[in-house]
Ligand binder design. Structure first.
Ligand SMILES: Cc1cc2nc3c(=O)[nH]c(=O)nc-3n(C[C@H](O)[C@H](O)[C@H](O)COP(=O)(O)OP(=O)(O)OC[C@H]3O[C@@H](n4cnc5c(N)ncnc54)[C@H](O)[C@@H]3O)c2cc1C
Length: 470
């Protein structure tokens, strides 16, 4: 048995901890079964956004006629598109692995780790242990059990970002953000996309007004099958044929490539975390306290595997807290997830922070909500953004910002100022009283807050606020 001061399982967000431990002179083991850098770098955020930019460029060309410019796309160099995304990330993954191997205090174990006993990890036949173990082993695609699926060559997001050829017809099963982003990527570049989703709205965790608008837009762009269940899948020559039951009918959907984007599950089962006494919740995610320590003293967990938010910036944020709490035990800090944002890099983009209107209703919060359309601002008009809007919510009594929901161009950028205001504890009036560059797009956020502030004022003092607004 080899003994280390600290073991990190997973080379995604966990590397922040191993790097700091090594810097402090501790002996460290890093256990990784795949390429270094984890999901975000190798098969998630980074390659997907590099690819999606190509779709955005294509869409700009296709919309150019709206601006009086007639343009035609001659051809698409698919291999270039895929190489541009993956060559960069593969090189970075190799560099990260090399950097770890060269560090004098780090030993790299390239293989699948499995707990074999209390604080004992088995990897490639070796047993290693440490007093401090950080489990940052992430999640993997979840694929439901559909008759026939196991016998057809389906893909998940793990393969979707590296397809050697552009599919002519792609069927995506799922309706969350990965399905939405992949539909945009392939569809904008000319693949015929069918989206099969068992609910009546796509991206249904968003504010309902946003999910509805998004679903409407996707209905215009793609072959969208909602309230639909896949009952059977078979291969027919080079085609994949799905029987899809929707609204009382069963239809056949034929695809060249089938992408299952049906959620993600934690890697706790394969890692056998229960063998070291670490508890998981009913969905298999690791249970931790507010300091990110599991029920076993000295075993910490962070990132997708704790299941709080399955987002890279959340995993990084947790890694910062975990590092502090491991290395400064006298100054431990509970993690503060307040105002955790997210974005969907589809077309339209979607971004949000805080409570949705349905959350606020469910929680019985006294809130006001206001909405402002992009096309009612100068910049929104100039870019012909006709579907976009910003919706904001605040507490009626205090004016505290409760949430913001943006659908439309640059939503992932526009959300940031609301996140910053919320993290700093600023109220809605901080945004209305600030000075915005005219006629830049953030005016749409400020105007939504202007409407919101008016409603707050009116709720508090109807006569006075009416005059001011006029
Ligand atoms: C297609 C896609 C797009 C995404 N886009 C975004 C986005 O735009 N923005 C965003 O914030 N998030 C996005 N995400 C989510 C983001 O990638 C994850 O939240 C993030 O990578 C999680 O980091 P992590 O450190 O928890 O886990 P990972 O980065 O997954 O790291 C875990 C590592 O552990 C390794 N591992 C697992 N089990 C074992 C084992 N038993 N032994 C050894 N090694 C093991 C894995 O190989 C992996 O390298 C996307 C995800 C996908 C799939």
């Amino acid at each position: 048995m080899k003994k280390f001061d600290l073991i990190v399982i997973g080379s995604g967000s966990g590397l922040e901890i191993s790097a700091e431990a090594a810097e402090r002179g501790m002996s460290v083991a890093v256990v990784e079964e795949g390429p270094f850098g984890g999901t975000c770098l190798n098969r998630g955020c980074i390659p997907s956004k590099i690819l999606i930019h190509c779709a955005d460029v294509m869409e700009t060309i296709q919309r150019s006629e709206l601006f009086g410019i007639k343009a035609k796309v001659e051809s698409i160099d698919w291999q270039h598109i895929i190489r541009r995304a993956n060559d960069k990330v593969d090189e970075e993954a190799r560099d990260i692995e090399e950097g770890n191997r060269q560090s004098p205090n780090i030993t790299v174990f390239k293989g699948t780790g499995r707990f074999a006993g209390e604080k004992i990890l088995e990897v490639n036949g070796d047993q290693i242990n440490a007093d401090i173990i950080v489990i940052a082993a992430g999640s993997r695609p979840f694929v439901p059990d559909i008759p026939g699926l196991a016998d057809v060559p389906y893909i998940t997001s793990d393969q979707a970002l590296r397809l050697p050829e552009q599919p002519r017809r792609l069927t995506i099963v799922g309706g969350g953000y990965i399905a939405a982003e992949m539909a945009h990527f392939f569809g904008s570049l000319g693949t015929e996309v069918t989206l099969i989703h068992r609910r009546h709205l796509l991206i249904r965790d968003e504010d309902e007004e946003v999910s509805k608008r998004f679903t409407e837009v996707y209905e215009r762009k793609f072959n969208l099958m909602l309230n639909a269940q896949v009952s059977r899948i078979v291969s027919r020559g080079n085609e994949i044929v799905l029987d899809v039951a929707s609204n009382g009918n069963t239809v056949e959907v034929v695809a060249d490539v089938l992408l299952m984007a049906t959620g993600r599950i934690p890697n706790t089962d394969l890692l056998q975390v229960t063998a070291t006494g670490v508890e998981t919740d009913e969905r298999g995610f690791i249970k931790t306290d507010e300091f990110l320590e599991t029920g076993v003293a000295g075993i910490w967990a962070l990132g997708d595997i704790v299941g709080k938010y399955l987002l890279k910036h959340s995993a990084n944020f947790e890694a910062g807290y975990a590092a502090n709490n491991i290395f400064n035990p006298d100054h431990k800090a509970p993690i503060d997830y307040w105002a955790m944002p997210h974005a969907i890099f589809a077309s339209p983009q979607v971004a949000a922070v805080g409570l949705t209107e349905q959350d606020a209703e469910r929680m019985g919060v006294e809130y006001v909500a206001a909405t402002y359309n992009y096309e009612d601002t100068a910049y929104g008009k100039s870019i012909e953004e006709r579907d976009g809007f910003v919706k904001v919510l605040a507490d009626v009594e205090t004016g505290a910002i409760l949430g913001a929901h943006i659908i439309g161009a640059y939503a992932s950028i526009l959300i940031q100022e609301v996140v910053n205001a919320m993290r700093l504890g600023l109220n809605a009036d901080a945004i209305t009283q600030s000075i915005y560059v005219h006629p830049a797009l953030p005016e749409v956020v400020q105007r939504a807050f202007g409407e919101l502030q008016y409603k707050i004022d009116q709720a508090k003092n109807p006569a006075h606020s009416h005059q001011e607004h006029g």
